[in-house]
Design a protein around this ligand. Structure first.
Ligand code: PLP
Length: 347
């Protein structure tokens, strides 16, 4: 098979920024150790690209959500450092944990039974303290099944850590009241935003995800977190528009005067959604090229007035600092990472 020619779009990943972000979050976690949430293919940025960097920076606890996410992660780190957040729903899940050596997170009495019936062994235990997502109800903490678990990390998860609300203290209190009831090796409640809430939320282990990849969920983390993911795309065609000519699907833009426009090779399938069209722009050496008209499936048209020297094949960057991009597009910082398409990453 012939080698495919070079692509016209790519996701530039700043691995130094990724390593910096883990180290910074580990530092802000104080005496607690920072782990790394690497679920959803490292929030869309790629396990094979990100996990070795996080491991080499010093991370030793890796969280995935699904059992299907285990295999790529344990090709980079020891299985006993990998915890599976969704836990065992079936005996097949539990058998897979035993066979691979990864650590299940137990989220209910039912999961505790499945794990014990499979032979048990080291596990983590998630307690629900108010998010009502996954987790054991606190009133079940005294169940004999729980006493039979070999709990490594006793954890809970915050619902509103990115907000200033009484809910955070409430969950903290509930978590503290559970801790003496269940034997365990370490405790953990903070995600990225939780790290920003202060040292009483750090416990023994923090579990940042979003902030590793450039997300800034709380102002306390601003200025500490670096951008990791930078989508870039090439200009496929330059066009001269006359005054009154329309651009893109549904002809939403009308050229006010004669102007030069560029067709950029990136679109919906790459995760650049409709909302970028409103006030978005690309940049090239500090120059802004505003998006005109609608994202038209695989392509976006830009006003090239600020960069008359650019030609077909030249590359533009989409400004993707997550807090700014979230403001601009009304997408959440989580969405901005996880929507990035396969074509962008596998180029
Ligand atoms: C996804 C997840 C995290 C990481 O959350 P961020 O907000 O991305 O930092 C931590 N803990 C649990 C249980 C999670 O599901």
């Amino acid at each position: 098979m012939a080698e495919p020619p070079p692509p016209t779009l790519r996701l530039a990943l700043d691995k130094d920024a990724l390593a910096h972000n883990w180290r910074e979050l580990d530092r802000v976690s104080g005496s607690a150790e920072a782990g790394a949430a690497v679920k959803a293919d490292c929030y869309g940025l790629g396990v094979d690209q990100c996990v070795p960097t996080l491991r080499d920076a010093g991370a030793q606890q890796f969280f995935v959500a699904h059992w299907s996410e285990v295999e790529p992660v344990i090709s980079h780190v020891p299985a006993e450092q990998v915890r599976v957040l969704h836990g065992p729903l079936t005996s097949a899940d539990a058998a897979y944990a035993k066979a691979t050596g990864v650590v299940p997170v137990i989220n209910s009495l039912k999961q505790a039974k499945i794990w014990i019936d499979a032979g048990g062994g080291p596990c983590d235990l998630m307690i629900d303290t108010g998010i009502n997502r996954l987790g054991l109800e606190p009133e079940n903490a005294s169940d004999p099944l729980i006493a039979n678990l070999n709990v490594q990390t006793l954890m809970s998860h915050l619902a509103c850590a990115d907000e200033d609300t009484g809910m955070n203290e409430k969950q903290l209190e509930r978590f503290r009241s559970i801790i003496p009831q269940i034997s365990h090796r370490r405790t953990s409640i903070a995600n990225s935003a939780g790290i920003g809430l202060g040292s009483e939320f750090s416990f023994d282990l923090t579990r940042p995800g979003l902030a590793l990849y450039g997300g800034v969920p709380r102002p306390e983390l601003a200025g500490r977190i670096m951008q990791v993911a930078k989508p870039e795309a090439a200009i496929l065609q330059c066009r001269q528009l006359s005054a009154g000519e329309k651009v893109g699907y549904n002809s939403l833009y009308t050229a006010p005067a004669e102007m030069r426009a560029g067709v950029v090779s990136i679109g919906y399938a790459d995760g650049i959604l409709l909302s970028w069209g409103k006030s978005g722009y690309f940049v090239q050496q500090g120059r802004r090229l505003p998006i005109i008209g609608k994202v038209s499936m695989d392509m976006i048209v830009v006003d090239m007035s600020a960069a008359p020297d650019l030609r077909e094949g030249d590359w533009l960057e989409l400004p993707y600092s997550l807090p700014d991009a979230a403001q601009q597009t009304s997408l959440s910082q989580y969405e901005l990472l996880t929507v990035l398409g396969a074509r962008l990453k596998h180029s």
